[in-house]
Design a protein around this ligand. Structure first.
Ligand code: UDP
Ligand code: MG
Length: 141
């Protein structure tokens, strides 16, 4: 099934000047970029995006981190995009990520882990919609 997934190149990725390298890996893996932008999230917007994690111990730190500098949301499309993207980036904690994955290669720790990827086809659609209007994406196809 053709799916959409939302990637976010997080502020650590931007600070380390790794956005081009990670985007190259994403394209090499066969993902089509439907939309891409560079933005800085407010704490409110970051909190809304990660609302599913509200109440968990890492939530406040996560909101602080993701709003600490510019990030790069990318709307992606591909056959089996959700699973394939999560395979490309690796486990949440780089210490547990498989060799050759983006997080294994570039992430410092479980919090500052370079990149976000949606966790289901349904959330992929919702999260793409959080950052991109359908009109914005369709005009590019
Ligand atoms: N996170 C964290 N500590 C944890 C778990 C998660 O700082 O113990 C952060 C991390 O940046 C992660 C994000 O919260 O990417 C969302 O967590 P999730 O479990 O959804 O991981 P992901 O889907 O990003 O692999
Ligand atoms: Mg997640």
């Amino acid at each position: 099934m053709i799916e959409r997934t939302l990637a976010i190149l997080k502020p650590d990725c931007v600070r380390k000047n790794l956005t081009g390298q990670v985007i190259a890996q994403i394209e090499k893996a066969g993902f089509k970029i439907l939309g891409i932008k560079k933005i800085r999230l407010t704490k409110d917007t970051a909190g809304a995006f990660y609302a599913v994690h509200k109440g968990r111990a890492f939530y406040e730190g996560l909101v602080e981190f993701i709003s600490s500098g510019p990030c790069v949301p990318i709307a992606l499309e591909k056959e089996n995009a959700i699973a394939d993207f999560r395979a490309l980036i690796g486990a949440t904690d780089p210490a547990e990520a498989a060799p050759g994955t983006v997080r294994k290669d570039f992430a410092d720790n479980k919090g500052e882990n370079i990149v976000h990827g949606s966790d289901s086809a349904e959330n992929g659609k919702l999260e793409v919609g959080f950052f991109f209007s359908e009109k914005e994406l369709i005009e590019l196809i």
